[in-house]
Design a protein around this ligand. Structure first.
Ligand code: NAP
Length: 266
């Protein structure tokens, strides 16, 4: 019998990168996995891969910025599969503009919505079921940007990732004695499609030295498969190699700046 046999898991951002690898690992441990994201195509591919390997998964498109989408997602899951045992809050995105000097309200709000507000809505939706069951695991993928914010991820991204880490600490303090365990994962650079949205996307060689999505997924799976008596509160996962991010930071500083403010060479 696998460690998560029959357990119900929701993985947001499950169509790509860390979320995709996490969905595969949890399904491999016997979980019934609901894979969530906006684009149906990548979700279907993950579900097909899980089913081909003998696992159970469902693709549920939803926009994390829409509260009603998330509530409908949890209602569907509980109605079809039963109460949620594992919630992996993995979906996330940076703002288009990284410098607080130039970022507009819409870009700021969208970044807070997906990286922070969606975590609140999903936790609130799954909590009654977990409290009734007297057990549950919530893993949230924050970022090293929560500890070391910079222009690489940008102002609202770092702020949201720090806030969500605080929220997970709150969850641990408040609900640990109800059998609910909560983990914050803080990755450094991971070689996923999110790198394509960097102001200067890293080269193939730089990406090859980063943490792989599968490495992070193995850590998530560990947090979920340890006996319920044990909680990993927090994990910082970094590439061993520290690359020079200075040039990327400098390019990020000027994205969105009016021409009159930009230095000559930008
Ligand atoms: P990714 O492949 O770009 O994954 C992000 C996922 O989030 C995508 O599958 C995307 O799917 C989903 N998503 C984004 N906005 C959404 C929305 N509004 N509604 C629903 N789904 C949404 O990148 P990743 O690196 O695996 O990112 C996973 C998590 O790791 C994120 O929280 C990210 O901040 C965090 N992280 C990554 C790194 C890194 O270096 N890669 C480092 C630290 C933390 P759709 O576009 O289809 O919606």
């Amino acid at each position: 019998m696998a460690a998560l046999d029959g357990q119900v898991a929701i993985v947001t951002g499950g169509g790509s990168g860390i979320g995709r690898a996490t969905a595969l690992h949890l399904a491999g441990e016997g979980a019934r996995v609901v894979v969530v994201g906006r684009r149906k195509g990548p979700l279907d591919e993950v579900v097909d891969e899980i089913r081909a390997a003998g696992g159970q998964a469902w693709a549920k498109p939803a926009d994390l910025a829409k509260r009603e989408d998330l509530q409908a997602l949890v209602r569907w899951t509980e109605g079809q599969l039963g109460s949620v045992d594992i919630l992996v809050n993995n979906a996330g995105a940076s703002s288009r503009v990284r410098n607080i000097r130039w970022i507009d309200q819409e870009d700021w709000d969208a970044t807070i919505a997906v990286n922070l507000n969606a975590v609140y809505v999903l936790i609130q939706a799954v909590l009654p079921g977990m409290l009734k069951a007297g057990r549950g695991t919530i893993v949230t993928v924050s970022s090293l940007a929560a500890l070391r914010p910079s222009l690489l991820g940008g102002a609202p991204y770092g702020a949201a990732k720090a806030a969500v880490r605080n929220l997970m600490d709150y969850m641990h303090t408040t609900f640990r004695n109800n059998g609910i365990r909560t983990t914050t994962i803080l990755p450094g650079e991971v070689n996923t499609p999110i790198m394509d949205t960097r102001v200067r996307p890293p080269s193939a060689q730089e990406r090859a030295a980063m943490v792989s999505p599968d490495d992070v997924a193995r850590a998530v799976a560990l947090c979920c498969t340890l006996p319920p008596r044990t909680t990993i509160e927090e994990l910082v996962i970094s590439p061993t190699l520290q690359r020079d991010q200075g040039p990327d930071v400098e390019i990020s500083r000027w994205l969105g700046a009016p021409d009159s403010e930009k230095p000559e060479k930008q």
